[in-house]
Design a protein around this ligand. Sequence first.
Ligand code: ATP
Length: 295
Amino acid sequence: MNTILHPILEVHHLNKSYKDFALQDVSFSLPEGCITGFIGANGAGKTTTLHTLLGLTGADSGEIRFFGMDMREQAEEIKNRIGVVLDSNCFYEGLTLNQMKNIIAPAYSRWCEEDYQRYLRTFSLNPKQTIKTLSKGMRVKYALTLALSHKAEFLIMDEPTSGLDPLIRSQVLGILADYMENGGRGVFFSTHITSDLDKIADTLILIDDGKILFQEEKDVLLDSYRIVKGDVCWLTADTRPLFINVSETAFGFTALTRQAARVQAMMPEAVMERPHIEDIMLGVIGENVPAKERR
Ligand code: ATP
């Protein structure tokens, strides 16, 4: 029997302009049951997109639907059902974790004190500690604790694992994987740590200069590309067009290709390797830069 996966988030033709930057016709759809990584270079528009989705920044045009509901019409109901971890999470610095929680919890109809206490213990957070004394990593853990304590069906997070040590990062990834065990949920998070995506992402969305370059299942994406290594003299007018991002040294060339079978046929001795997400990201962004801007 085929399971129908309902979209948790649908974004249609979203536009938002600042003086020197614009989100341009951003569209994508995230089905339930998926962890989606949102990737892109510094300044590509990840935070602007996430803030616009959450109504923290007004969109110029476009449609945003969570759980089939229009964000402009049912923002309160939607926010009750999503957990958010942002860089700009605002807490009153002079309060303790528990005092801040007491302010936040009543905003959620399904606040679960048991979950809150459990995540505090999991993250070794002291509820009597004052917020201003938290380290960067502890702040992320506290924000995650709050986001996970009201039975949210969808988590939106801006670089949730940055600033965490490898041990806690791995713990957070484990918690996200556990969170997904209950069906009908989804996670959308931006990150620069592509090894985290290798571990837990199902789908990837790449944004560059305010435009979405791809949305693809991670495994399909990794299967579609190969890193090729070979002798520079094999690069000819016929073979060069098969490659993206060719890098040449005295010892040979390295390049990304989407046409592994043709490369294999034309360069039988070339070495082919499975790429990392980072290789594909750099290749696709490089390919998208207009030729006159390439160095
Ligand atoms: P990073 O990976 O460095 O966090 P990002 O992909 O999240 O980057 P954004 O923070 O969305 O990028 O910024 C995208 C662009 O929008 C940048 O050029 C930034 O200067 C610009 N920008 C963001 N907020 C504003 C604002 N309030 N007013 C004007 N420009 C802004």
